[in-house]
Design a protein around this ligand. Structure first.
Ligand SMILES: *Cc1c(COP(=O)(O)O)cnc(C)c1O
Length: 420
């Protein structure tokens, strides 16, 4: 459920007509619905209310400070994957003791910063990383709370680029060696083993991969407890999918119904790391049609947003629904077309062979489901200033990140004196 719809013939985000924002700040821009963000967070949180738990929003899905603040105010924590995300989470007011830290390549400075902040736990991805965390903690005279990220070797049945829990993925510690690694960890002087972590992938639309992965993980938890290793947190990662086109992912309540009893049995606090399911359908990328072009074989709608603004279609061939902002345009004759951006790459497209009403120069379109892995994956490729981000709440809207300028593009670049 989200708060984007036609009203009086014009596409709105909550009570704000999108053309109003377009006129005031130009295009392209990202727009997020406060009501949708909060609703999705609350629905997820409530689904597991019977179990002691913590919802740590996956910051990489959408890391704008205002978005993070909404979840902080709702009692949420953060799942981070870098020192930069630690900085953002703290700037947004997320308490350090609600932050969990995953990622296969944590550096010493990043580990130190997380220890200084006092995060809830590191989700450790390799034995060498564990040794490094132990060493950094020793230098600082502290104990580092850790969970090991175990790789349960379960197929999440999603796109290969966003599968993470198969044995040929770079993530986590192999299922077969996990117990041994835990025994090592428990002996390290500056490590305190507090949890078990798994995350098997993203955009998962079935319950069964979650159940299979959880079953394996909980066997390990039982074994660890029997060896006197005091597991207090079971972190089951994120990955719940959303509807981009016609997928029918489980509702958080369905997931809770299926895995809730298993989770409850552990007697542990359960950590969740949802990203996409909270923010994906709470955002859209709004662009304006610049030109239309009918080639020998194809029709192209050229818009002012491109792969640097929204990488998912180019990167994963993913589907994003495209909606004309004026309902009048939506009723026009339909054609099959590619929606492309101005970037000099054939891979620069937002939609391929899509049946769409015939767009005309000047028409606004909303690229839907762009709230997750949208702005956060954007770049300045082709020296395009990054798009602004707007947060709508009821009738008001706030620019929560302005459009970059040409000055931003060259900020920090210098020409060495010998070239002057
Ligand atoms: C990306 C990621 C998530 C969030 O995944 P979603 O599919 O957006 O829910 C959670 N945990 C970890 C460790 C991740 O890398």
């Amino acid at each position: 459920m989200h708060h984007f719809e036609y009203r009086n013939g014009v596409f709105h985000c909550e009570d704000v007509p999108l053309p109003k924002i377009a006129e005031e700040i130009g295009t392209p821009f990202y727009v997020y619905s406060h009501a949708t963000l909060l609703r999705h967070f609350t629905v997820f949180d409530k689904a597991f209310e019977k179990i002691p738990h913590l919802v740590c929003f996956a910051v990489k899905a959408n890391s704008n400070l205002a978005v993070l603040r909404i979840f902080a105010k709702a009692g949420g924590g953060a799942d981070i994957v870098s020192g930069g995300e630690l900085y953002r989470a703290q700037r947004a007011g997320i308490p350090a003791n609600k932050i969990v830290y995953a990622g296969v390549g944590k550096t010493r400075p990043e580990i130190r910063a997380a220890l200084e902040a006092g995060i809830l736990m590191f989700n450790v991805e390799s034995s060498q990383e564990l040794l490094t965390i132990d060493a950094v903690a020793a230098e600082m005279g502290v104990k580092a709370p850790v969970a090991l990220r175990v790789n349960p070797d379960v197929d999440p049945k999603t796109h290969p680029y966003i599968s993470t829990g198969l044995r040929n993925n770079k993530f986590g510690i192999a299922w077969q060696t996990a117990l041994e690694e835990y025994r090592n960890a428990a002996r390290m002087p500056n490590i305190e083993v507090v949890g078990v972590h798994k995350h098997i992938g993203s955009q998962i639309t079935l319950v069964s991969p979650f159940m299979d992965a959880l079953e394996r993980t909980l066997e390990l938890v039982t074994q660890l407890k029997s060896e006197g290793i005091n597991i207090r947190y079971v972190d089951i990662g994120g990955g719940l999918g959303i509807t981009y086109k016609d997928e029918a992912p489980p509702h958080p309540d369905d997931l809770a119904k299926n895995i809730g009893p298993m989770l409850e049995q552990t007697g542990c606090t359960i950590v969740f790391e949802p990203g996409r399911v909270i923010v994906g359908n709470a955002g859209a990328l709004v662009a304006r049609t610049l030109y239309t072009k009918s080639g020998a074989e194809k029709t192209f709608f050229i818009v002012d947003a491109a792969m640097n603004d929204l990488a998912r279609p180019s990167l994963y061939g993913s589907y994003q629904n495209i909606v004309p902002v004026e309902e009048e345009a939506a009723r026009r004759h339909k054609v099959s077309a590619d929606v492309v951006g101005p970037i000099c790459e054939s891979g620069d497209f937002l939609a391929k062979d899509r049946v769409l009403p015939e767009l005309r120069p000047g028409d606004l379109v909303a690229v839907m489901s762009a709230g997750a892995y949208g702005f956060t994956m954007s770049s300045n490729y082709n020296s395009r200033p990054r798009a602004p981000e707007v947060l709508v709440s009821g009738v008001r809207y706030d620019v929560i990140r302005p459009r970059e300028t040409f000055e931003h593009l060259v900020a920090g670049e210098t020409i060495p004196a010998y070239l002057e």
